[in-house]
Every structure is written in C-alpha cells, then in structure tokens.
Design a protein. Structure first.
Length: 253
C-alpha cells in the first residue's frame, strides 16, 4: 500500500507570534498549494492563532498543537482542550512526546485519555513513542515500544487507528545531534508496524503512517525517508529555520 509521507515541525517552546510570521512568509511561498506530502506545523499555543491566520487559503500546510488536555472543560488552570484547538483551526495534535512523558510525568494512561479526547473531537493524533538510551542498551527497546503502543492505544478500534499517525522517536537522538542509522531506524519502524499489525490487523498496519524523529536534518532526510517503513518525520530543531525545514519537506516529495 502506498502511504503519503507526513512531515511535521514541532517548534516546542520556540517561535512566538512575530517569529511565526517571519517563518511563514518565506515558507508558504515554497509550498503555495497541496503537494504529494502532508506538511504540518506545530507552533506553541500562543502562536497558533497567528499561524492559522497566515495559513488561511494555503492547502499545503496544516496546523497542529503540541499537546492538549484530556479534559473537556473545567477548573484546569493552564490547560487547553480539544474544542479550543478545533476552533482555532488545528487538524492535528502531538500526544505523548518524550518530553511530556519524562519532564511532566505523563504516562500511557493519561496519553490514552488524550488520544480518545482528540479522536472524539475530530483531531488527528500524532502519537509519539520511543526508548531511552538505557532502555535500548539494556535490550528493552521492543518491550518499551510495545508497552507504549498498547497502553496509549487501549480502546482504540481499527477504523480509528487507520487515521492515527505514529511518531517513533529514539529519545537518545532527540536534540543530541545523534541519529539512528537508516538501517537502525528502518528496523525499529518495521517493528512498530508489526506491533500495530498484532493489535489491529494487517490492513491497518499497512495504512498507518509512522514518522521518524530524532535529529532529522536536510543532510540525512533523503536517506532516512527512502526506507520502506519511514513515512515522514517529526522534526524539532531543524524545523525552526524555514529554509532548512523546506529542504526536509522536499526530501519527502
């Protein structure tokens, strides 16, 4: 089955509204209309409205949030719910990023609630999974990835799963400049797809798009995305520069 590549920029806690405008002016000129790759931008919450306004009328680029609450509304100071994201124009939401797991203590139970809240609102989850260096070196890679997928996707049915994007990010490679070799990345991506097949069946596994993240740069993007089970990227640092991110996107066309 042919899967359309999806390349997403996770700006993390960078790029306020003015910086977002400065990025989008040249970037949107590079991709004025729909392409053979889905392009996704995930600015911080305060920049979503600016991005949505500037992206209006551009069919090439979709908007994502970096996180959301599992709650619908209420006394949750500092939180953002799915309805707010939909209203502002988000199509996607990143859930379960390793920084949310490690710094803020989000476990698979919490992430699972967020996945269901996103699906109920019509948002497309970009579900992040990944192992630490200690887990990889300790031979725990398959156990960790399987546990994260099973826990985060509990109660999700096959039809819903076909529309979820999975982002495999080796935690040891995020922001370190270290990157899994194309062979290492492909081996792990194939394993992730095998878990999806075990949980949801072969047809769903063939349809699900699995991104790679972990120090993706213009210099390694083409070789990585040439691997059969890598269907795009979730890009951190290299996505903060419009020229750099455009080069990564073009590697996926």
């Amino acid at each position: 089955m042919s899967r359309k590549n999806i390349i997403a920029a996770n700006w993390k806690m960078n790029m306020g509204p003015s910086e977002t405008a400065a990025f989008l002016d040249p970037f949107l000129k590079s991709f004025p209309e729909a392409t053979s790759v889905d392009i996704v931008l995930a600015p911080p919450f305060v920049s979503l409205a600016k991005a949505a306004k500037l992206m209006a009328g551009n069919s090439a680029v979709a908007l994502s949030a970096q996180n959301m609450s599992q709650e619908a509304s209420g006394a949750y100071t500092g939180e953002i719910n799915s309805a707010m994201l939909k209203e502002i124009g988000c199509k996607y939401v990143i859930l379960g990023h390793s920084e949310r797991r490690s710094i803020y203590g989000e476990d698979d139970v919490v992430i699972n609630k967020k996945v269901h809240a996103a699906l109920a609102a019509g948002l497309i989850p970009i579900l992040c999974i990944g192992e630490s260096l200690e887990e990889r070196d300790g031979g725990q890679l398959e156990f960790v990835l399987s546990r994260q997928l099973e826990g985060s996707l509990d109660g999700v049915d096959a039809e819903q799963m076909a529309g979820i994007v999975v982002a495999y990010e080796p935690v040891w490679a995020i922001g370190t400049g270290r990157t899994a070799s194309p062979g290492q990345a492909q081996e792990t991506q194939a394993y992730v797809r095998s878990v999806v097949e075990r949980l949801f069946g072969a047809a769903v596994a063939a349809a699900v798009r699995i991104q790679y993240g972990g120090s993706v740069k213009p210099g390694n993007a083409a070789e990585l995305i040439g691997q059969p089970d890598i269907d795009g990227f979730l890009v951190g640092g290299a996505s903060l520069d419009p020229t750099s991110f455009a080069e990564i996107v073009k590697a996926g066309l």
